[in-house]
Design a protein around this ligand. Structure first.
Ligand code: FES
Length: 346
């Protein structure tokens, strides 16, 4: 017998559909035209995450980096691994519009340049204007790029806002030996074609109604550059916006002038840079980002916090919020594996 399932979304919309016996929830949703954001389909990336509000279900596989034991206790689930055992309802922390946009598209772009922006980081510029339609993504989402000549796929957040000219940027960490890093260092030339699929992810800038705290670790900055470009275009959001940008070494720092310039374009924008292992001449903030979060402000004010960076950074800040007994906030986060940037979890 089929089960009736309801999906509730952050914008208050609800969609109903039927799930066949033993069917994967994600497959049933897609069959019904509900394009839940997804990426790996293997219980690893976390893109399809939701929470069960009623009913019973099982999950085939859940990576422990993706959902913690506490997340599971709170009935967090991955649509691509869930099978319902009864009628059920689920909540997703993103708007229903994200599921009706028609899913992802495979596109071809032309490399227009690689800009080394720090010793360890580059921005890949892609011209996708040959595609007839504007690539519609939400600032904070990401694309899966096929590394030319290898067939390898890597995921990177857009480092700029969507635009009519389909000019795209991706902030990429240059690893000593990585498929994309080697391509960018050794073989990449302007004019080469590159394939990508987009958009992916449920990490994107929501309607801003209270102070915004952004926390970027390393190349997690990329997603925030897209969000801040968007806010800069609008002149702000009517709320203070504060960016914390943490790196391991000062030589990893990039786009600092661009970050500083947001203060001219976004009313109420401030930022702080934190270096974990500073050289003796470094005069700025040091240590870990939680050491510098404004406890009194966050304790007294409701706020939205966006985190994007390596899993230890995201977990350290979640733990700090819990240990500090801060309660009045909404948290959105995306983890990525810095080693190869193929896995993103939201
Ligand atoms: S698509 Fe479900 S965890 Fe990646």
């Amino acid at each position: 017998m089929n089960h009736k399932v309801a999906f509730n979304f952050a914008d208050g919309k609800t969609t109903f559909f039927e799930v066949r016996p033993n069917e994967i929830l994600l497959d049933a949703a897609l069959r019904s035209g509900i394009n839940i954001p997804l990426d790996c389909r293997e219980g690893v990336c976390g893109t399809c995450k939701g929470r069960c509000e009623s009913g019973s279900y099982t999950q085939d596989y859940v990576d422990e980096e993706t959902l913690s034991a506490e997340d599971l206790t709170q009935r967090a689930m991955l649509s691509c691994q869930t099978r319902v055992q009864s009628d059920a309802s689920f909540y997703f922390d993103f708007d229903s519009t994200l599921c009706s946009a028609g899913g992802t598209s495979v596109m071809t772009g032309i490399v227009t340049g690689v800009q080394q922006v720090s010793e360890t980081t580059a921005i890949l510029h892609i011209d996708a204007s040959a595609n007839a339609q504007r690539l519609d993504f939400l600032p904070g989402q990401y694309a899966r790029l096929t590394v030319p000549g290898t067939g390898e796929v890597r995921s990177y957040s857009f480092a700029n806002r969507p635009n009519d000219a389909n000019q795209l940027q991706f902030l990429i960490r240059l690893l000593p030996d990585g498929a994309m890093s080697n391509y960018l260092r050794d073989r990449c030339e302007a004019g080469q074609t590159i394939e990508f699929e987009a958009p992916f992810g449920a990490f994107y800038l929501r309607q801003v109604e209270r102070p915004l705290v952004m926390v970027a670790g390393g190349t997690g900055l990329s997603a925030f550059l897209g969000m801040l470009d968007e806010l800069g275009e609008r002149g702000g959001c009517g709320q203070p916006v504060h960016l914390y940008y943490g790196v391991t070494n000062a030589r990893d720092l990039c786009e600092v002038a661009r970050i500083e310039a947001y203060a001219q374009r976004i009313e109420g924008f401030t930022h702080e840079i934190v270096v974990m292992n500073p050289a003796p001449q470094w005069q700025g903030k040091t240590g870990l980002i939680p050491d510098h979060l404004p406890l009194a402000f966050l304790d007294e004010n409701a706020f939205d916090m966006y985190l994007c960076g390596p899993p230890p950074m995201v977990e350290a800040i979640r733990t700090w919020l819990t240990d500090s007994r801060i309660t009045d906030y909404q948290l959105y986060f995306e983890k990525f594996a810095d080693s190869n940037s193929t896995q993103k979890t939201a």
